[in-house]
Design a protein around this ligand. Structure first.
Ligand SMILES: [Zn+2]
Length: 70
């Protein structure tokens, strides 16, 4: 399973939702260039889950599944 950038799916560490957001800089004058995971804003060290409102660190779906098994 992968997203359109061919990166791993990231999910909420708390609830496993893929409806998660990572802070990133956006070009003010370019609508053709969307930020991708990794373009993180320095100093903002948490991600947001839109489903459970947790402030956490997104993890890969693979890692989440592993955590559930443990
Ligand atoms: Zn969540």
């Amino acid at each position: 399973m992968s997203n359109k950038y061919d990166e791993p799916i990231y999910v909420c560490e708390e609830c496993g939702s893929s409806n998660v957001m990572e802070p990133a800089w956006v070009y003010a004058n370019r609508v053709d260039f969307l930020p991708i995971v990794g373009d993180r804003i320095d100093g903002v060290d948490f991600d947001l889950c839109d489903d459970c409102d947790a402030q956490m660190e997104i993890i890969s779906k693979e890692q989440y599944d592993k955590n559930q098994e443990a």
